[in-house]
Each structure stands twice: as C-alpha cells, then as structure tokens.
Write a protein of this length. Structure first.
Length: 635
C-alpha cells in the first residue's frame, strides 16, 4: 500500500495543527470530501483522517485537543475539560463548521450562533474522524463555510464478537472507565459503547483556587443489517449527560471571578437509514433527530442575590436522500436533496420558541479524464424559510504529474444564515437584543497545494488557503454611560446588538507539514500553520494564532515499548473580547506505551511536562503538569 509518509504515529501528539498533518493513505477511502467513497489521494481538497488506531496511540480524552493537532485547526477553551471550547478551521470558528456524529448533525440550534461546543466530547467511543477543510456549502449546506467534521463511533471490524475495556486515572482526581461491545456476522454489524468520566478539575479562572469539576456519561449504539443483497437497513443512537462546574464574569464589572456555577447538558441523537443498490446507482435515505438541553444554575453577583436558573433547548429533524450513479471508472454523479427543521426553545425568545426550515438539493459530477487527473464540479441550492434561496458551488482538481507528486486546487462559494438567537435573542439583564434584520453572510474560498514524497520516506506538503466572507455578522456594543470610570452600562434607551459589517473579512494563510524518518524506529514530524484573519476594517479576528508550530519525536523503543516527546507553540494571538494580545506559549508533552500482550496495553501520559503557565482565552487557566496512567484490553 503506497503511503504519504507523514505518519499519524509521528504527528498525532504534535502541537496544535501538528498531529495527523497530511497523513493520507493514497488508496484510503474517505466519504466527506465528495459525499461518496473516494480515494483520499484523488480529491482536490484538504482532508485529514484520524482512525481508531491513531486514537489508541495517544489516549487523549478530549476530541477538541485531538483535532487541534491537525493542520489549520486551533482551539480556544475556557478552563478544564467540560468548559466551553470552540474549534476553528483556517480561522473560521464553530458557526462555520458542519459537525456530524454517525450522520447526525450536532450543532446547537439554541446557541448564540448555531454551532457545536466541543468542550464535553470524549474520544472513548470514537473509531474515525474525517476533517474536511475549506468551504463545503455546495455539498453539506450553509453551515459548512469553514469545513466539515465527520465523526464515526466504534462498531464491529471483524467477524465474531469483541469486548473492550479501558480505564484511566490521574491528576485532578480524574478517573475514566469505558466499555464496548461489538458483533459482526454475515448480515449484521452492531456496536455498543458506554463511558463515564469524573474529574475534580482545576479552577477555570487563572490564578484562583476553586476547582471546577465535571461528570460525563456517554452511550452510543450503531446497527447495520443486510436485509437482502441490495438493501441494508441501519440505525444509530447516542446520549450524553454532563454536569460541569464553571466560572464566569461579574455582571457589573465584567471581571472574571470564581463562581459557584453548574451546567447540566443533555444531548440525544438518533438516525435511521436505508441503503439501496439499484443497478449502477446507490441510494441512501435517512431520517435523523438531534435534541439538546442546557440548564444553567448560576450564583448572583452579590451575596444577597438569589441563584439564577435558566434553561435552553433546541432540536433538529432532518430528512435526506443521496444517490451515486456510476457510469464508468472515469465518470460518476452524486446528487440528492434534504429538508431540515431547526427549533430553539428558551425564555429569551420573544414567544419562547422559534424555528427555521431549510430545504436543499445538490448535484456533483466526478470526472477522471486521464489516469493522473481528477476533476469535480458541484452545484447546490438551499432555501431558508426566512432568507430565501442561496446557490453555492465548488470546483476541485487533483493532478499527479509524477510519481510521488500531487497538485490540488479548489474554489468554492458558501453562505451562513444568522441563527435564531442572533436574530431574536432578548437578554434584557445583559442589555443585549438580537437583530431580526440581519442578512446572511456569503463567502468565497480558495486553496492550492502540493504534496511531495522524497527518497528515503521524507515528505513535505504545502497548502495556501484564503476565505473571504461578506456581510460578516459582528457585535455592535451600545454607547456606555461612562467607560472611562468602568461604568459599562448602556446609556438609557440603548442596547447592544449585532449588525452586518459591509465589506469582506479575510482569513488566509499557509499550512506546511512534513516528516523525516531518522531511523527505522524513529520519526521527526513537523507542522506549521500561518493564518492572517482580519475583518473588513483590517482589525484582527480573535483567537486565531498567526503562528502555530508543532514538533514531535516518535520512537519505537522495543518490540513492546514505544513513546513520543512533543512540543507545541503558538504566538501572535489576539483576544478580541478583551482587546488584548495573548502571550506566546510553548508546551512539551511526553508519553509511553507498553504492550502487555497483543490485546492489552498500559500507558503513561504526562501533559505540560515543564508546567508552563499559559492561556488560550484571556483570564482562563489551562492544565499545569498532569500525569495519567491507563490500561486497555480487548477480548
């Protein structure tokens, strides 16, 4: 099997944007890039794959931390695991990402922007993650302006039954226990996974002592059954319940402080589907449902204030049909239609609830005019019940002019409709009100890249990217009473709101990834991302590191013992909320793994070996030195 030699093993533990960098097996199959099975090395777009084996090598708890090691991906996190976490792809934050778990779209319709909070998502039941970078609205709908993250939970991989158990314990009173059961026969595949995590945590606010803990329980289930040779039926289900302590800011002074706050977050998703093979056309019909509820129990700003309890809920019902028609080895068509209803339900909406209906249809042609050239063209139209119809498109090309050399390029358009909360959210206590007159954002993205294999196994890839967004929705503060004396209340008769900014905001940069085998057992990996993210007026877009570097040295020390030392560094980061530049940081991690048997492994993971003090968001703490030990086995 021919591989690009940037090893997942070598890069997984790198700094943000370093792990997994450009680890693509040329004949590995991906589905996200074209919404049909495609060899990863023949797409014209940037796609990264994280497999179950890769996750087992690193044993990270957080999906967000795992994905932040990919090229072009960064995160901002407000404290320990469980606290609010926003992933960005090429500078585009969560509102621009389409996130799916087992085919179920999981972004929160009741959030300020319709987005997915990665703060509580664990890796324990995950078998595969595909990350598609760049604008993909033409294939995946309006929310995919920045990219698509497609997550698959563990299921059966071989005939018979398999059980797995994993246990981990370590710093901050952390303990995790996971169990999985999988079954595969000639006609049926099934997987069930259950995980519970407890951590006492550490204070979310830098420099304070009160710890913010978390308890998270997650159940996932998936099933496929071949009813006939041409019809397969299936279903998937997940449910996660998290209780998480968090800190906040004083409503009068806006200063961050230790607070006795508790969020209970419940997420449920379900999907049923049918796969039908009819001649040269394969059909998939599915119905999915997602529901999220958040209960916030917060202390008052003054000791005499009563506790404030608020509830937010949202759900999504989606019906979809997709077909792939193969006319020859060189020509195929992918097309389909879908309809989605998103609903939000909470007291801060004028009538207590609101909904949006989106219907869409798309068509794509995949053409290989020569053995070394693959082309794709996609058109889509989405109709939003409030904003009308928006067309989007994508063109992509992949050319392999010589053995070991790949050139690729893509251009795409996209749009994002304002969320329910952006339009109607009414927060009188915070002196904020949404703007029902907002217009959708429209976007144009480009990327061009080259990947080169060298003699001896070294590799290098370079990708230049640019995302342009018009009519950016941004915060419009009210005129304050007396900001010079820290009186940030709105002048009478005014509120803060949101508005469209005329002009084009730009996120552009370069991703560089490489690997150098130092010996048969040791590999040095490199990943570097430069991102310049600016509003139409030239101001910095917040929380996007301009320079993001990762290095890792991965080694197999014996037949059973292996390990890695990694370094991650980020600099020139701007906190747009507080208007401050965050300090650069460098963090070193280390790990060791020992195979007790062919099916059992013990591991040691040390995070932040040098006990570096750093912040991803101004005022919020990150873990100091932490040690975790774990055990896993399958039988």
């Amino acid at each position: 099997m021919k591989r690009l030699q940037v090893s997942l093993l070598a890069l997984l533990a790198c700094a943000p944007n370093a792990g997994f960098a450009q680890d693509i097996i040329l004949d590995e199959i991906v589905v996200t890039a074209n919404r049909t099975e495609t060899e990863a090395g023949r797409t014209g777009v940037s796609v990264a794959v994280v497999t179950e084996d890769d996750l087992k090598r690193r044993r990270q708890v957080s999906v967000a931390e795992t994905l932040s090691r990919l090229p072009g991906v960064s995160l901002s996190q407000q404290g320990p695991f469980g606290n609010s976490t926003n992933l960005r792809v090429r500078g585009a934050d969560g509102r621009y990402l389409a996130v799916f778990i087992d085919g179920i779209k999981v972004s929160d319709p009741s959030a300020t922007q319709t987005s997915f909070d990665f703060g509580t998502l664990m890796t324990a039941d995950i078998s595969r993650i595909e990350v598609l970078r760049g604008s993909q609205s033409a294939l995946w709908g309006g929310s995919a302006v920045g990219g698509v993250i497609n997550i698959t939970t563990r299921g059966a991989t071989e005939e018979g039954t398999r059980q797995t158990i994993e246990a981990e314990a370590g710093s901050f009173g952390t303990a995790r226990l996971s169990y999985g059961y999988a079954l595969k026969s000639a006609t049926t595949e099934m997987g069930v996974n259950l995980t519970h995590l407890h951590s006492d945590g550490f204070s979310a606010i830098a420099g304070t002592a009160e710890a913010d803990g978390v308890d998270a329980t997650r159940l996932s289930f998936n099933l496929r059954h071949a009813l006939t040779d041409t019809v397969t039926l299936g279903a998937s289900l997940f449910r996660q319940v998290v209780q998480q302590e968090y800190d906040g800011s004083n409503s009068f002074t806006y200063a961050l402080e230790d607070q006795d706050n508790l969020q209970t977050r419940t997420e449920t998703g379900a999907r049923v589907f049918a796969e039908i093979a009819a001649g040269n056309t394969d059909h998939v019909v599915d119905l999915s449902w997602f529901d999220i509820g958040r209960k916030l129990d917060e202390q008052g700003d003054l000791p005499t204030d009563p506790r404030n309890v608020s509830r937010f809920g949202g759900d999504r019902l989606a019906l979809g049909w997709k077909a792939t028609t193969t006319l020859s080895d060189r020509l195929s068509f992918v097309y389909g239609a879908d309809a989605t209803q998103e609903r939000a339900d909470y007291d801060n909406l004028p009538d207590g609830s609101a909904d949006t209906v989106i219907t869409g249809a798309f068509g794509q042609v995949l053409w290989a005019p020569r053995d070394d050239l693959d082309l794709s063209a996609t058109l889509r139209a989405d109709h939003n019940s409030t904003f009308g119809t928006f067309p989007t498109g994508r063109l992509a090309a992949n050319w392999r002019p010589a053995d070991g050399t790949t050139l690729r390029a893509a251009v795409a358009t996209g749009f994002r409709a304002p969320s329910i909360d952006e339009r109607f959210g009414d927060y009188s206590i915070q002196e904020f009100q949404g703007n029902p007159d907002l217009s959708p954002e429209e976007s144009l993205s480009f990327e061009i890249g080259v990947e080169q294999d060298f003699t001896g196994g070294a590799t290098l890839s370079v990708t230049a990217f640019r995302l342009e967004i018009d009519n950016l929705v941004t915060y419009a503060p009210c005129p304050y009473i007396d900001p010079d004396n820290f009186n940030f209340f709105c002048q009478p008769g005014t509120v803060s709101t949101l508005e469209n900014i005329a002009g084009t905001s730009i996120r552009q940069g370069v991703e560089v990834a490489g690997a150098l085998p130092l010996s048969d057992t040791m590999t040095l990996g490199l990943a570097y991302t430069y991102t310049d993210a600016r509003t139409a007026t030239g101001g910095r877009i917040g929380f996007v590191p301009r320079h993001d570097l990762g290095l890792t040295l991965d080694a197999a020390l014996s037949d059973r013992l292996s390990g890695a030392v990694t370094l991650k560094s980020a600099s020139d980061r701007y906190d747009s909320f507080y208007g401050v530049t965050l300090d650069a940081y460098t963090v070193v991690n280390a790990e060791a793994r020992y195979d007790l048997t062919d099916t059992a492994q013990a591991y040691l993971r040390v995070e932040n070996v040098l006990d570096t003090d750093y912040e991803l968001v101004s005022g919020y703490a990150n873990s100091g030195r932490a040690v975790y030990v774990g055990f896993s086995a399958s039988f």
